[in-house]
Design a protein around this ligand. Structure first.
Ligand SMILES: [Mg+2]
Ligand SMILES: [Zn+2]
Length: 185
């Protein structure tokens, strides 16, 4: 066939920071149903604000198996999440999108981290270049998710969970450290 094949025009792909929610952005209260229980972790506001300013898309990817386990309703989950989004917005932080997996582990879905279906969906829906993106989380499932999707991983070591040392690209113990690592990249 003659002629040069034109590649389809690509929307400019953007870099994202995929954020775990519970234990990373807000205190992990275990299947929280009460919006009043939402509490941002220290340093989150300053760091997310700065990342926002630097043009990073902030996308929350969260396992909410409390729904699938019958411990909370979708409405309760949504109410908690809405309060979080409102609190962040009040600080000038725009969350571009949230992907909440409501399945229980028994469902063997592909959106429950370490599954990468949510990252792939975000990449299509928000023109995100996963390979230029980061994921931050406090559990091994967050780090494995990032590795499975081939983005850069930061384990937020809060002292709650263990992650095999060879898994994360970076380890941070505060939001200031998380911000520095992403911002320096
Ligand atoms: Mg977590
Ligand atoms: Zn799922």
């Amino acid at each position: 066939m003659a002629g040069k094949q034109t590649t389809p025009k690509q929307a400019a792909l953007k870099r994202a920071v995929f954020l775990d929610r519970d234990g990373t952005i807000m205190r992990d209260r275990g299947y929280l149903k009460d919006p009043e229980g939402v509490e941002l972790l220290p340093g989150v506001v300053d760091s997310l604000k700065a990342l926002c300013r630097e043009g990073w898309k902030l996308i929350i990817v969260s396992n909410q198996s409390g729904v699938g386990r019958g411990l909370m309703t979708v409405d309760e989950m949504n109410a908690v999440h809405a309060r979080l989004i409102r609190l962040l917005r009040g600080h000038g932080i725009e969350i571009a999108a949230s992907y909440l997996c409501t399945h229980s582990p028994d469902d063997e879905c592909e959106c429950r981290k370490p599954g990468i279906a949510s990252l792939e969906k975000a990449s299509v829906e928000h023109s995100v270049d996963i390979s230029q993106s980061w994921i931050v989380g406090d559990r091994e499932s967050d780090i494995l998710c990032g590795r499975n999707a081939a983005c850069t991983t930061i384990w937020f070591n809060t002292g709650e969970f263990d992650v095999a040392s060879e898994l994360p690209d970076y380890v941070a113990e505060s939001w200031a450290e998380i911000y520095e690592k992403i911002s320096d990249a």
